[in-house]
Design a protein around this ligand. Structure first.
Ligand SMILES: [Fe+2]
Length: 178
């Protein structure tokens, strides 16, 4: 999931655990979540899966790199398939359900492994904070998405953990640190 880099380390861990990577799930199209996609796909043959609403971000990785002073990578491979809200698939013996959480980016998607009790939220949630909405995001959608992200609701998150979210709820403006 989200191979932003360090692909050699990812592959080494796969080998240690005797695992094969069949799918590369991408939570959203920001560069730090996709820069290793080509290398990982070339090494594993895995499918690359992303929400179609983040395809333009994914395809504009070179511009993202320029914005952040990161060396431009070779073009990324085209995604193999698109994931949509509610899609489910088997992964490592578990059922994974995709939850479309627009806000941080238009196509931000969480991957929820309910049986195992964990959810990979990309940059929708952080510990004590939420993902920025000022880089291709939408603050009002981010608030709504927190209500559909497992383990948190916008209200609980606001009251207990995230003063920044309170700011969004009150005054619909881009907030957050990342
Ligand atoms: Fe992000």
């Amino acid at each position: 999931m989200d191979p932003g880099g360090n692909v050699a380390e990812i592959v080494a861990r796969l080998e240690v655990h005797g695992l094969k990577c069949n799918r590369i799930l991408i939570t959203h199209g920001h560069l730090d979540h996709i820069l290793g996609s080509r290398e990982l796909q070339e090494l594993t043959g895995a499918e690359i899966i992303i929400n179609q609403e983040d395809l333009s971000l994914y395809e504009r990785v070179a511009a993202q790199c320029e914005d952040f002073g990161v060396p431009e990578p070779p073009p990324l491979p085209k995604p193999s398939a698109f994931v949509a809200d509610g899609d489910t698939f088997a992964l490592a013996g578990l059922t994974c359900r995709a939850i479309h959480n627009p806000g941080h980016t238009p196509g931000s998607t969480s991957f929820f492994f309910e049986q195992a009790g964990f959810c990979c939220t990309g940059d929708t949630l952080f510990r004590g904070s939420i993902g920025r909405t000022s880089w291709a995001g939408f603050p009002s959608l981010q608030v709504l998405s927190l209500d559909t992200t497992p383990f948190f609701t916008a209200r609980a998150f606001t009251e207990e953990n995230c003063p920044m979210l309170a700011a969004i709820c009150g005054r619909d403006y881009p907030c957050c640190r990342y």
